[in-house]
Design a protein around this ligand. Sequence first.
Ligand code: CO
Length: 136
Amino acid sequence: MIGRVNHVAIAVPDVETASAIWKNRLGADCSLPQDLPEHGVRLVFVRAQNVKIELMEPLGLASPIASFLDRNPDGGMHHICYEVADIMSARDKLVEEGARVLGDGTPQTGAHGNPVLFLHPKDFCGILIELEEVYG
Ligand code: CO
């Protein structure tokens, strides 16, 4: 069902500090910070040859990652995003097998403009899984 890993998202208290660590200590190629108010996050994309890493800082008071950072004040791995060819059939198969989809199960438009869904971490070894329908 799952395809490539699209990105691994890391919640951080401050993307500029985090991006300087990735750039200066790891020699990583980092984008400039981008605000995504509709998702409540400020993002820096770290480009690697085989996958993207996203550093996410909470943006606004209702940020969906605020409570994660309350529990993990230094930051931490927030989710893994896998690409799927057909998000509705992936969802239906997962639900049929007992996995829990967050929210009402309707795909939302994700940070890259594609439909996304999140799967409950308790059903996946403590890891929040994002599914993103990627065309082509
Ligand atoms: Co994501």
